[in-house]
Design a protein around this ligand. Sequence first.
Ligand SMILES: Cc1ncc(COP(=O)(O)O)c(C=O)c1O
Length: 505
Amino acid sequence: MRTPPNARTSRSRALYEEIRARIGDGTFAPGMALPSTRALAAERSLSRATVTLVYEQLAADGFIETRSGASSRVASGAMAAGPAASPRSSPDQGAVVSQPAGRLSAIGRRVAAFGPRDVRPTVPGEIDFIYGPLSGADFPILVWSKAMRQAERQRVQRLEYDDPRGNLLLRRALHAHLSQTRGLVCSLEQILIVNGSQQALDLCARLLLDPGDRVVVENPGYLAAHQAFAAYGASLACIDVDEHGLKTDQLAALGPAQMAFVTPTHQFPLGSFLSLARRRALLAWANETGAWVVEDDYDSEYRFSVGPEETLQSLDRSERVIHVGTFSKTLSPRLRLGYMVLPPGLVDAFATAKRLSDRHSASGVQRALAVLLEDGSYARHVRRIRRLQLARQRALTQALTLYLGDGVDIQGAASGLHVVVWCRSLPSTAEGALAEAARDLGVRVHPIGPLFHPGSGGPGRPRPAGLVMGYALLDEVQIREGVQRLSVALRQVQAGLAPGQAPGS
Ligand SMILES: Cc1ncc(COP(=O)(O)O)c(C=O)c1O
């Protein structure tokens, strides 16, 4: 199958951005050797010429050094090079990427190196198993508009800034909601409303990390969190994940760390649930080493075949846990509404940082959400959307079993809004080819490779090809149709594999 030229250019651009981001977050440290163009081309199913072009552009932009006959290496001044390290153009299209006229700060340079996020337009008719967005049809438009009207109708005497910690009505309603649904043990004062959990992570990075501090993260894990920490100069210490979540027995060998970031209720992306024994081990380690633990409770509303569990926040006796939650998975990621439950000693610093950052989150949406929480419509909405998501998830797992049968293993179906699908007959190095073949058939699937820390599970590690398959955006008919097409793509890629190329090779 011939790759259309625009698909080739967007893949080379993606490779350029990925390497640039890895240099930016410190995973490709200065002096480190990059894979050979031949190995990388084979791994990504790209031509060697394309990879060579990407390396040449990275070298021209000051990120790497290339020498004929020797490995290309990350440039010694890659992170400190300032404007010289800023890319002038993308390797393929020659498009101008922003270049500052003056000096960026160290944080600015790291952030710039991550590159802009590729916001892809939806192609009509395409079936996208993307994880993240929700279906617009699921948004409770009537109750939300009614609550917004109600919130805005309340005439206030003074249009003044709200409390940086968040609107009092919302914090009260949320306090009751969290103690009821998540068993959180906290006072009203400990709750801070933020613009989605991403702002919470950014505040944690700014207030708790100094350059060089070590942050324990899950591998594979949530890149947006890892980048938020790396942006402030943290070094990431990756710990493997198995079916019981983070392998806490690896903590002792790590030495001190300033923070650990975990998704204990539903490990992202593998979907495991951190066992009680490991929760206790993590808290004991944090207590001994003085580390903060950031608990990302991003989709705990979707628990299908696992019971409620104790959050790290409710188990914590040493005021080490920062609990983070979001309304991005139940209402809409566009609302930018999330919350933190802070240890009492951190409240003032975080409230001040929030004030200095944006004064407070938008008041109208906060008050509308308070109405929804108070009058029971939020709880009703969550019950409804949970049923819908479960039906979609069943459609997905049934279709995978029907069309792909023994060819795949499905992981993480007990909760959440995505599953991980391991294609037994394909090596991880064929993930790109599988995604491309599926795309030619009008289906978008998303390889798991980029969520692994390079060198420890990314492309090239002996494991089968894996896909993170979200279903929140699709209806059951689309899901079945998409999986059927995926099965065709899988067979095409299998047929094109070199003889003897086994999964995990
Ligand atoms: C692990 C994880 N945490 C949190 C979020 C939500 O982020 P936000 O609240 O900033 O929308 C997501 C979104 O996909 C996620 O995957």
